[in-house]
Design a protein around this ligand. Structure first.
Ligand code: GAF
Length: 389
């Protein structure tokens, strides 16, 4: 599937600019096994890059003007690098403007270029197509102009670009898009940015994503609000326990003891974060020992917490997880990503996938009149140059 995408993107480039691209870059979306809403709380997360990608083709054009074409949207924009970079009403362009703004702010020297891109990462499904867009674009400019930006800094600058667009996200999505490795999950310490790879061996289970096919519009405002509530929560903890610097240094008793000082929402968000950080540690151990049933149980607990305490689920995602909980062949299921729609990540016993897909699709359609989308994903490499020689 990616071969066709690469072929089409480079062919489009040749047609548009009458020349071969100088650089072709592939940048993946991500899944997250466990550790949701934890990256901006300085905890641990366990994501991986996937085999769904954005393909970019680039060339320098020796001017100050750059032209960027989104093949799938049938849309394009031009940007003069000499001018200051502003947000636009054309939302997709902002992720790229944000990257250019980052480069300019940090004083990198680059000139005009042409770029086309095309993607097979579903948009709005919680698979981080925006991180793939930021990181792949920056990776390409880094290669094209020999900017010498290190991979982790590409992720950090991608994150800053996303902040510029308006989502105060953590580092997980950009980090996994850049640093992913085939068949490995990455345990990221979001406080220090230390990371380690673990084998993603799910033994007798398949990893399948069910896409609710809904995207509730509260996402941006609610995401930023959750982050503020967590900041409020940790400030109260620090006030009482000056030796504690982030939620990972707390246990549940710390939070329970501060319930009177916190608003009900801040209390529930804080408690969720402390529990979720512990679940990531346990999940990683379970994965290493091949105890997929334990991992799956933790995923169900994460969903419960995201739905009840963190309040980032929705009726559609809850319905999917609750329906799957009744199936013996489903060992784990939970909403994945920011929430308010998008995908659930699910571990299903091999041999039962097709039956469960069919049954869930019918139940889901009956409940909401919406087609369930289904993705079988493989864990793939992070952002890289494509070289077909
Ligand atoms: C979104 C954000 F971009 C990530 O940083 C992360 O917080 C995630 O939601 C929730 O875990 O994908």
């Amino acid at each position: 599937m990616n071969d066709i995408l690469i072929k089409n993107t480079t062919a489009f480039f040749k047609e548009a600019f009458n020349t071969e691209p100088q650089k072709v870059v592939l940048s993946p979306g991500r899944i997250n096994i466990i550790g949701e809403h934890i990256d901006y709380n300085d905890g641990y997360v366990l994501p991986a890059a996937i085999d769904k990608i954005i393909c970019f083709a680039f060339e320098k054009n020796n001017t100050n003007q750059s032209r960027i074409i989104a093949i799938d949207l049938g849309d394009e924009f031009e940007i003069n690098l000499a001018n200051s970079i502003e947000l636009s009403d054309n939302v997709w362009t902002n992720y790229l403007r944000g990257v250019i703004n980052q480069l300019k702010t940090k004083g990198f020297k680059f000139e005009g270029f042409n770029c086309v891109f095309s993607s097979n990462i579903p948009v709005g499904s919680g698979l981080s197509s925006s991180a793939a867009l930021e990181c792949g674009f920056l990776y390409g400019l880094n290669e094209l102009f020999n900017l010498n930006i290190k991979p982790v800094d590409i992720a950090l600058m991608g994150q800053s670009a996303e902040h510029w667009v308006g989502i105060n996200c953590g580092i997980m999505d950009q980090f996994s898009s850049v640093m992913g490795l085939e068949n490995k999950v990455i345990k990221i310490d979001c406080r220090t940015l230390e990371y380690e790879y673990h084998n993603a061996d799910f033994n007798d289970y398949s990893l399948i994503l069910f896409d609710s096919n809904v995207k509730h519009s509260l996402m941006t405002s609610a995401y930023n609000e959750r982050r503020e509530q967590c900041e409020e929560g940790i400030a109260i903890v620090k006030n009482n326990f000056p030796e504690i610097t982030s939620f990972r240094d707390c246990n549940e008793e710390h939070i329970l003891g501060l319930q009177d000082e916190m608003s009900p929402n801040v209390f529930r968000r804080s408690l969720f974060v402390v529990k979720e950080i512990n679940r990531v540690i346990q999940a990683c151990e379970a994965l290493d020992k091949g105890k997929i049933d334990v991992l799956g149980q933790l995923m169900f607990e994460t969903h419960e917490g995201l739905s009840r305490d963190y309040e980032v689920s929705c009726a559609e995602l809850d319905m999917i997880v609750n329906a799957l909980k009744k199936e013996d062949a489903v060992v784990g299921s939970r909403l994945m990503g920011g929430g308010f729609g998008g995908c659930t990540i699910n571990l299903i016993k091999k041999g039962h996938e097709e039956r469960i897909k069919k049954k869930l699709s019918e139940l889901y359609f009956d409940a909401f009149g919406i087609e369930l989308k289904i993705y079988n994903v493989k864990i793939g490499n992070g952002t890289s140059l494509y070289n077909n020689n």
